[in-house]
Design a protein. Structure first.
Length: 241
């Protein structure tokens, strides 16, 4: 990737504690920095019209760690960019909802964000908790269902194309106390969605069963029926509750 902008932040002994340098990749996509001193170097690569990957290693310790970084020009570090593609107008719902802890279902619309009557929503959430007096931990379970549709977990960084197949009607997070160190008081998962009306979407769902017992939803739905889920805030579809 030629002509990418590179920013270097060096943790050093300057007055501010950090010095910043800038550079540009050459015709082969290579770049480097020399003759600086510091404990930590942070590298950020960007280019207009491209996404910068957050999955890359961007921090390099030169001192103070058990294993410090050793540069090797014959084996350069890799940074990834992804071209920004054509985005279609998407419905974006970003809200949080309090949910009952006794398993009472909460249904909501993924096109308006409004809570719906049973059987009328797109997403159904059911949370059950059980507390024990002898431990601060508690047993909990959360079930997410796409009503008359399906969901499918994803892990990719750029989930911009919903799959045609592989959807299940529901997914469940189960946290018995017996999990020990693997037990957690919250869970966060990412899903592709296929709604009952045939539309596709994606969501990041985070459940916090303690305290106010709520979940946080960040969902995108393409109302055209297309599987394209790349989002442009300038093309958001306006909705109302």
């Amino acid at each position: 990737m030629p002509n990418a902008s590179v920013q270097f932040s060096c943790n050093d002994v300057s007055i501010s504690g950090t010095s910043t340098y800038r550079g540009t990749s050459d015709s082969n996509g290579l770049f480097s920095i020399i003759r600086i001193r510091g404990k930590l170097l942070v590298v950020t690569v960007a280019k207009e019209g491209w996404y910068t990957s957050r999955a890359d290693n961007t921090a390099f310790y030169y001192a103070g760690q058990d294993v410090n970084f050793t540069p090797n020009s014959s084996k350069p570090e890799l940074f990834h960019l992804r071209r920004i593609g054509p985005a279609e107008p998407l419905i974006h719902i970003a809200k949080q909802y309090v949910v009952d802890t006794n398993g009472v279902p909460l249904e909501l619309s993924l096109t308006s964000g409004a809570v719906q009557a049973p059987g009328q929503g797109d997403l159904r959430v059911e949370l059950s908790t059980k507390h024990y007096p002898e431990t601060w931990q508690f047993e909990w379970r959360c079930r997410m269902t796409i009503v008359r549709g399906g969901l499918q977990r994803y892990t990719e960084e750029f989930p911009f194309q919903a799959p045609l197949e592989g959807y299940a009607s529901l997914d469940e997070v189960s946290m018995p106390v017996s999990l020990g160190q693997n037990w957690s008081n919250s869970a966060k998962r990412s899903y592709f969605l296929h709604l009952a009306n045939g539309n596709y979407g994606r969501m990041i769902f985070e459940i916090i069963p303690s305290g106010d017992h709520f979940f946080v939803l960040d969902a995108y739905v393409n109302p055209s029926g297309s599987r394209n889920l790349e989002f442009d805030p300038q093309k958001v579809v306006q909705t109302s509750d």
